[in-house]
Design a protein around this ligand. Structure first.
Ligand SMILES: [Zn+2]
Ligand SMILES: [Zn+2]
Length: 357
């Protein structure tokens, strides 16, 4: 077996370096996975641009001047290479099994984990979030119980995209759509596109999407939006209110993380409606007009990752209800990961980048 591998490590804002790291041997309950596909998330881009999200920072170990680089990447699939001891046969893992990797290692012992909410576990470790290295490396050692075998014929690329699909499923679970509801999805990046498709699958009668980029607006239509509104040309609040006879929509799923989108969500939603905030704001602040939110009695929910949705994500794809491959607009080999992030940073028509290893 090989003992060194390539890894893309982030040292600080826009400072990503391809380096060689040792490959570790899996301990009890762990598996060594040969990483095959990693899709790059908006949160990875936040880390790349700002060396952190909120109070989670890359590069600065507390109380030390030593730089601690980080391997980003939490949307990934690969192939089991070796298993440590004590991996139950029930996991169905063998060398060669293609798997999706659930990036969240919850403690399984705290009040919230025991209540079925590992997504809000305060002790969680998450791939590609300090101090836990993620998938942008050739091999990853990961708990075997967090690996989900892929059905025959499912590509590693689709396996990687099950993670954002899971985030979308969780957001829709929070939205509690009813048949024939009207829905606005603000921001047509990956999660927004998935939310559009999932809202249609959930029986939404009309789905509005907003974005700034023509490529994303076209993708929003392809994923099932009835109306895709270019916010650089029209005020989405005015437009959607006009298109709904001034009523507003039943549910808004905010996936942009822009400064103004939570406020738009509150202005767009009907009285008594629900807003689900999924986007991550760059400045770590969320603002909306309090008077409108209060007068309308809006229910605002903040989506935190996902919980126990991998089986449903796999089932949706297997049943042909959602096709994840159109999300991918660009592909790079692992050795070109710094170039992939530089391209994403510039934007230019990219919806989703997949890094192949
Ligand atoms: Zn993600
Ligand atoms: Zn926990």
């Amino acid at each position: 077996m090989v003992d060194v591998m390539n890894a893309a490590r982030l040292y600080g804002a826009r400072d990503m370096r391809l380096e060689q790291l040792p490959v570790t041997t899996p301990g009890p309950g762990m598996a060594l996975v040969k990483v095959r596909a990693i899709s790059v998330c908006g949160s990875d881009l936040h880390y790349y641009r700002e060396a952190g999200i909120g109070d989670s920072r890359v590069g600065a170990a507390a109380g030390s001047s030593k730089i601690e680089p980080l391997v980003l990447g939490h949307e990934l699939a690969g192939e089991v290479v070796a298993l440590g001891s004590d991996v139950p046969g029930a996991h169905g893992l063998h060398p060669g099994t293609a798997v999706a990797v659930d990036p969240a290692i919850a403690c399984n012992a705290c009040e919230h984990c025991l209540a079925g909410h590992p997504n809000i576990c305060p002790n969680v470790r998450f791939a590609g979030t300090p101090p836990t290295d993620g998938g942008l490396q050739e091999y990853l050692t990961w708990p075997a119980h967090l690996l989900y075998p892929l059905p025959a014929g499912m590509s590693h690329e689709t396996g990687a995209l099950l993670e954002p699909l899971g985030v979308g499923i969780h957001a829709l679970d929070l939205a509690k759509l009813r048949l024939a509801d009207t829905v606005a999805v603000l921001g047509a990046g990956t999660i927004g596109l998935l939310a559009i498709r999932l809202a249609r699958l959930s029986g939404a009668a009309r789905v509005f999407a907003t974005d700034l980029l023509p490529a994303r607006l076209a993708a929003a239509r392809a994923f099932g939006a009835h109306d895709a509104l270019d916010v650089s040309r029209e005020d989405p609040v005015r437009a959607i209110r006009a298109l709904t006879g001034r009523r507003g929509v039943d549910v808004v799923i905010e996936c942009a993380g822009a400064e103004q989108t939570p406020g738009q969500a509150v202005e767009l939603v009907r009285p008594g409606g629900t807003v689900v905030l999924v986007g991550i704001p760059s400045d770590d602040r969320t603002a909306f007009p309090a008077s409108q939110a209060r007068r309308k009695g809006v229910t605002i929910k903040l989506a935190r990752r996902m919980k126990h949705v991998y089986h449903r994500a796999i089932a949706l794809v297997e049943a042909g209800m959602i096709d994840l491959s159109p999300l991918v607009t660009h592909r790079f080999p692992l050795t070109k990961t710094p170039d992939a992030f530089a391209a994403l940073d510039r934007g230019d028509g990219i919806v989703k980048v997949v890094v192949e290893a």
